[in-house]
Design a protein around this ligand. Structure first.
Ligand code: CA
Length: 694
C-alpha cells in the first residue's frame, strides 16, 4: 500500500502510525533526516539521538505520573560477563545494538525477537592492550547501512536489513596497541572514527571514510609525530613547540576514543582527545610544556579534517585527565546573548562551557567536591591554576584517574536548561617517578614504578572513599539545581525525557527514574547486573518504550570491583525493554560465588616470593582479574580449581585460553614468576576465608 506523502506526514505527526511507520520506510536515514532527528520522536537515530547529542526524548507517555506503571516487557540474556556500554539505535521498531567483543544484534524492539547477529570475530588477544574491558559503545546508521568500529581497529559497514558486511577497512596499524571502543559518527556522507590506546602508547587520530565506498577521505592526528619526518599540518608544527624530548617514540597519546560530534550548522566536527603517554608530564616531555593537543577539545572542518580551533582542557596533563567525555551542543542564553556552546563535564572535575563558533572559553566550574590538582581557573583564558606539587609525586590526586565524570553519556533538558550527569568524587596517590622511563607498548605503560603498584591498595585505603552523585547542572548559572547522593560511586549514562524524567543505572544493578525538576526518585528496577550504559526511548505503533544494555565491566579491575566489593554487581549481560503495563519477570543467569574461596592447592612459598607475586599480579593480572585478586567480570582466580592450577603454565605461558580472551604472557612471565603469582592468589583466597570466619 502506498500512502500519499502528505497523509503520511499528517498521520505521523499524530502518532497514528506508531513510529512514523510508513514515512520512515519511504525516507532513508540521510543527512536531511539526521538534521531533523529531534522532531523524529519515535526513533533514536544516532548515538546521542541528535547531532547535538542531548539525549533528550520528546516522548511523554512514560512520565512522572505514569512511571509507577512502568514494567519489563522483555529481557534477553547475553552470553557475556564483560562490560556493556552501547547506546542502541532504533529505527522503525528495529533495535540495533552492540555487545562485548564488538558483536552486533538486530532485534524487533517491542518483542526482543532476534532478527540477525553479526560477529566480526575480533582477535581475542587484543584484550591485553585495552585499558578498560572489551567494550563497544555502539553503531552509526546511514542510508541503510550500520557502521561498527571493532576492538581490533576495523571499521565495518553492515547492511542494516540483512546483517551482512558490505565493506571493511583497517583503521589502525595492527602492530600498535590501538583499539576502538567508541561509536562511529556520520557527517555528510563521511563516517568518523577515532581510537584508544594512550595507556599503552599510540599516536591519536580521527579518520573520516566515505560511507558508501569505505575509502579514507581524511585523517587528523591529535599530537605531533617525529619532527624528522615532517609535520602533517601547520597546526601540528605549532603543537610540537609545546613538547620536549623524544615524545614521539612512545606515540605521544591523545587518542579520540569517545566524543566525536558533528555540527551541521557550522560544518564543524568536535572531538575530545585523551591523555598523554606516559601519564606523567616529566617522563613524557622532560622540562614540561602544555603538550598540545592532549586533553583538548578540537574543532575541525567536516570535509577536510583541518583544525579550526582548539581548547586545551588540562594543559600539560599529569593525572590521566582525558578530555574525551561526551560533548553536548546547545544554544544557551548567557549574559543576555544567545551563545552556541559545546559543553563537557570533564574528568578533571570542572564543567566547561565553550563557544563552539570559535573555541572561546566561557566558563569552567567545579561540579565535584575535593579537587586537589587545581586551585581554580583563570576566568578569562580558561587556563586552570595548577596546585603546588600536583605535577610531581607522590600526590593525592583528586579526581582520580577514573575521573569526576568519564565516558558515561549525559543528557540535556532544553526546557529546563539542565544537564544531567553521573558525577563522582575519588582520590588516589599518583606517583610520578623521577628519571628516565622505558616505554613498553605491550603492557600498561603509564610510567608508574611497578613497586608502587603493589602499594596501591594500601594507599587507596588512606584516601577519602569515592562517592557518587546524580547532578542536575545549570550551565548558565554555573551551579547544581539539585544533587542526589547515590549509594555507589559508579553510575551509568543518563537519559532525560519530556515526561519530566531522568533515568540512570548504577554499578549495583539498579535502574532508577528521578523527577527532572527536583531529583525526587520515582521508580527503580533491579537489573541483576551492574549498569554502565544509558537508556534510550522510542515509540513503536503508538507505544513508548525504554531499552537499556545491562553489563558491568570497564575499568572495574583497577578502581572498582576489588575495592567496592558488594557495591558493584558483576554478572551476565542482558538487554532490557520497558513500557507502561509491562509484566515480564527478570530471571538473571546466576553468576559469581556465594561462599568464601577455599584454596584448591597448597603451595610452599617464602615471604619474598609472596611479595614478588603480589607485585607481578598487580602488574599483569589486576587489570582484568581485579586488584587484590578480587575479580568482577572475569573469573575470580581465588576460586581456581586444582585442575586450573595444574594447567596454569599452559594457560598463561602457552596461551591455551586465548580464544576465550585470556591473553598470552609468555613474553613477560616464566615458570618461577608464575609460581609467585600463584602463591599470592592462594594467599588472597586464604585471607578472604579468614575474614569470613571473624
Ligand atoms: Ca586515560
Amino acid at each position: 500500500m502506498q500512502l500519499p506523502q502528505n497523509l503520511v506526514r499528517t498521520l505521523a505527526a499524530l502518532g497514528a502510525l506508531g513510529g512514523c511507520f510508513a514515512c520512515e520506510r519511504a525516507q532513508p536515514v540521510d543527512d536531511r533526516r539526521l538534521a531533523a532527528a529531534d522532531r523524529d520522536s519515535a526513533n533514536w537515530l544516532t548515538y546521542g539521538r541528535t547531532y547535538t547529542e542531548q539525549r533528550f526524548s520528546p516522548l511523554r507517555e512514560i512520565n512522572e505520573s505514569t512511571i509507577t506503571r512502568l514494567g519489563l516487557v522483555w529481557s534477553k540474556e547475553l552470553p557475556t560477563t564483560r562490560g556493556l556500554e552501547a547506546t542502541p539505535i532504533v529505527l522503525d521498531g528495529v533495535l540495533y545494538t552492540t555487545s562485548s567483543w564488538s558483536v552486533v544484534y538486530a532485534m524487533d524492539a517491542p518483542t526482543g525477537q532476534e532478527l540477525w547477529t553479526y560477529d566480526p570475530k575480533v582477535d581475542r588477544s587484543r584484550a591485553r592492550t585495552v585499558c578498560c574491558d572489551v567494550v563497544n559503545r555502539g553503531l552509526a546508521l546511514y542510508r541503510g547501512k550500520l557502521y561498527l568500529g571493532t576492538l581490533d581497529g576495523r571499521l565495518i559497514a553492515i547492511d542494516a536489513a540483512s546483517g551482512q558486511p558490505v565493506w571493511e577497512t583497517l583503521t589502525v596499524d595492527p602492530a600498535q596497541p590501538y583499539a576502538i571502543t567508541g561509536a562511529p559518527r556520520v557527517a555528510r556522507g563521511l563516517v568518523l572514527i577515532g581510537n584508544a590506546g594512550a595507556e599503552f602508547g599510540v599516536r591519536g587520530y580521527v579518520s573520516a571514510y566515505d560511507a558508501e565506498s569505505g575509502k579514507l577521505v581524511w585523517r587528523t592526528y591529535t599530537v605531533p609525530g617525529d619532527p624528522a619526518k615532517g609535520f602533517e599540518s601547520k597546526a601540528l608544527e605549532a603543537a610540537a613547540k609545546t613538547w620536549n624530548g623524544e615524545y614521539w617514540k612512545a606515540g605521544g597519546g591523545g587518542p579520540a576514543w569517545e566524543a566525536i560530534v558533528y555540527d551541521p550548522e557550522l560544518d564543524l566536527v568536535y572531538f575530545g582527545t585523551g591523555n598523554g603517554i606516559a601519564w606523567y608530564r616529566d617522563l613524557r616531555s622532560p622540562g614540561g610544556g602544555d603538550n598540545l593537543y592532549l586533553a583538548s577539545i578540537l574543532a575541525v572542518r567536516a570535509g577536510t579534517g583541518e583544525l579550526v580551533w582548539h581548547y586545551q582542557v588540562t594543559p600539560g596533563d599529569n593525572w590521566d585527565f582525558d578530555a574525551t567525555q561526551p560533548l553536548l551542543l546547545a544554544d544557551l542564553l548567557i549574559g543576555g546573548q544567545t551563545r552556541k556552546v559545546v559543553m563537557q563535564a570533564s574528568k578533571n572535575g570542572f564543567f566547561y562551557v565553550i563557544d563552539r563558533t570559535n573555541g572561546k572559553f566561557i566558563s569552567g566550574t567545579p561540579f565535584a567536591d575535593g579537587i586537589t590538582w587545581a586551585t581554580g581557573m583563570d576566568s578569562v583564558t580558561g587556563r586552570p591554576i595548577e596546585a603546588p606539587g600536583a605535577g610531581s609525586g607522590p600526590f593525592l590526586a583528586s579526581p582520580d584517574p577514573e575521573g569526576a565524570h568519564n565516558w558515561y553519556p549525559m543528557a540535556f533538558d532544553p526546557s529546563k536548561g539542565l544537564v544531567f550527569l553521573g558525577a563522582r568524587s575519588g582520590a588516589v596517590y599518583l606517583h610520578a617517578p623521577a628519571g628516565k622511563w622505558d616505554s613498553d607498548i605491550s603492557m600498561w605503560n603509564l610510567g608508574d614504578d611497578a613497586r608502587y603498584n603493589g602499594k596501591l591498595t594500601a594507599d587507596l585505603a588512606k584516601a577519602p572513599p569515592p562517592r557518587g552523585e546524580l547532578v542536575a547542572w545549570n550551565p548558565v548559572e554555573r551551579r547544581a539545581a539539585w544533587r542526589v547522593t547515590l549509594p555507589v560511586s559508579m553510575s551509568g549514562g543518563v537519559l532525560a525525557t519530556a515526561g519530566n524524567l531522568v533515568l540512570q543505572g548504577r554499578s549495583d544493578g539498579m535502574l532508577a527514574a528521578y523527577r527532572s525538576a527536583d531529583g525526587a526518585k520515582l521508580w527503580e528496577f533491579n537489573a541483576g547486573t551492574g549498569i554502565m550504559a544509558p537508556p534510550v526511548s522510542y515509540r513503536v505503533q503508538g507505544k513508548q518504550y525504554l531499552t537499556l544494555m545491562v553489563g558491568w565491566g570497564g575499568p572495574s579491575g583497577h578502581f572498582a570491583a576489588g575495592l567496592l566489593g558488594p557495591l558493584v554487581k558483576p554478572g551476565y549481560g542482558r538487554i532490557l525493554t520497558f513500557a507502561l503495563g509491562g509484566t515480564a519477570r527478570l530471571e538473571p543467569t546466576p553468576y559469581g560465588h556465594t561462599a568464601p574461596p577455599v584454596p584448591a592447592i597448597r603451595l610452599d612459598t617464602t615471604a619474598a616470593a609472596l611479595a614478588e607475586g603480589g607485585i607481578l599480579y598487580q602488574t599483569y593480572c589486576a587489570p582484568c582479574h581485579g586488584i587484590g585478586a578480587i575479580a568482577g567480570p572475569v573469573p575470580d582466580l581465588r576460586y581456581s580449581t586444582a585442575e586450573v592450577h595444574a594447567q596454569l603454565d599452559s594457560i598463561v605461558l602457552g596461551g591455551a585460553r586465548k580464544a576465550l580472551g585470556m591473553p598470552w604472557f609468555g613474553d613477560k612471565l616464566d615458570h618461577a614468576k608464575l609460581r609467585a603469582i600463584q602463591a599470592y592468589v592462594i594467599s588472597q583466597a586464604r585471607a578472604a576465608q579468614e575474614l569470613s570466619r571473624r
